[in-house]
Design a protein around this ligand. Structure first.
Ligand code: TXA
Ligand code: MG
Length: 318
């Protein structure tokens, strides 16, 4: 694999957007900030560039990528946007919500983006930097989280550098990502909504916005391959629902459970999501036998936090 001296450029620096666009247009990968986590971006219409994402991340080829678009018009070129999908997009875009929709016949996205499925995941990111890069490139970008496969998603340029430094030419630094966990993913088939991955936009938020209830996950007609049980794995073991710190543990608290680090002393779930991966990384650097994590209420964004925690604590694949 080619090695690079990875350049880190602030998104506020003059010419940063053009620099990213030049690399992407050349078929190279660029790590970019989004409002959720950093993405490892490639021109979604370029086969070699997209294949390169899988190589650099060590990602299984059956795990499809999200196609990031500048607006609803760009999405419509590649997927069939039903009336319900249009309402969802109009309400939540730009923002941390991904929709899995049927592809248009002859759509010009490189095949590995959707890993052989007849659907494509589309998302219009809330980050202005990300949208500017897509608009200037004039084509969608495929971007998974910018971490080696199976590891924690990066929430800062430094996290990306530690995971992928030397393997990509450029990281655009947009500071800490505000949301801190990956986008919510929904599928829409026959005007029915299925939750494929919980995130900061909750099922209740979507139901309230478009007055359409969710389908039960077990009866879903589409699946999200690659949602492997063990994911988001730090080096240390993870113990959930911990109320006290045991020997050789670092306790990450929440609310009244203090801990060495506290996800949100005021029990604010958005703040906890923002801090989640950052604090697990911090705790992991102390190299304890185990990272213990306080219980998180399973409501609102807490549902997405608990989803990520369950995966972080799951038995490892290797
Ligand atoms: O917030 C996010 O969504 C971030 C930022 C960078 O935008 N991206 C991200 O990508 O989390 P990634 O690759 O780590 O997760 C994408 C997930 C895949 O694991 C897969 O389950 C699902 O999206 N996915 C993608 N295309 C799909 C499809 N056609 N059908 C079902 N699931 C799909
Ligand atoms: Mg990921």
């Amino acid at each position: 694999m080619a090695t690079f001296k990875t350049q880190v450029v602030s998104d506020r620096q003059d010419g940063a957007i053009s620099l990213a666009v030049e690399e992407l247009a050349r078929g190279n990968l660029v790590a970019i900030p989004t409002e959720t986590v950093y993405g490892l971006a490639a021109d979604a219409t370029e086969l070699c560039a997209v294949q390169h994402i899988y190589t650099v991340k060590g990602r299984p080829s059956n795990n499809p990528l999200i196609c990031h678009v500048a607006d609803i018009d760009m999405a419509q070129k590649y997927v069939v946007v039903s009336p319900l999908a249009t309402r969802v997009m109009q309400f939540f875009w730009p923002g941390p919500l991904t929709l899995v929709l049927p592809t248009r016949p002859g759509f010009a996205i490189a095949a590995p983006v959707s890993a052989g499925l007849d659907t494509l995941a589309v998302r219009c990111p809330g980050s202005e930097t990300a949208r500017q890069i897509i608009s200037e490139l004039g084509r969608p970008i495929a971007a998974p989280s910018a971490n080696p496969s199976g590891k924690l998603s990066p929430t800062s340029a430094d996290d990306v550098l530690q995971g992928l430094g030397g393997r990509i030419p450029l990281i655009i630094d947009g500071g800490d990502t505000p949301v801190g966990i990956e986008s919510t993913i929904i599928g829409i088939v026959d005007e029915k909504i299925t939750l494929l991955r919980p995130g900061s936009v909750t099922a209740d938020d979507i139901t309230a916005a478009v007055h359409t209830p969710f389908f039960d996950r077990d009866s879903q007609q589409i699946t999200a391959p690659g949602q492997l049980e063990s994911h988001y794995a730090p080096s240390s073991h993870v113990r959930l629902n911990a109320t006290e710190q045991e020997a050789d543990e670092v306790l990450i608290g929440f609310g009244e459970i203090e801990g060495v680090l506290n996800l949100s002393p005021s029990s604010n779930l958005e703040e906890a999501a923002h801090n989640l991966f950052k604090f697990i990384r911090k705790a992991d650097k102390r190299n304890p036998n185990c990272i213990a994590i306080a219980p998180i209420p399973n409501q609102g964004v807490g549902i997405a936090i608990n989803d990520r925690l369950r995966r972080a604590a799951a038995p490892r694949n290797q």
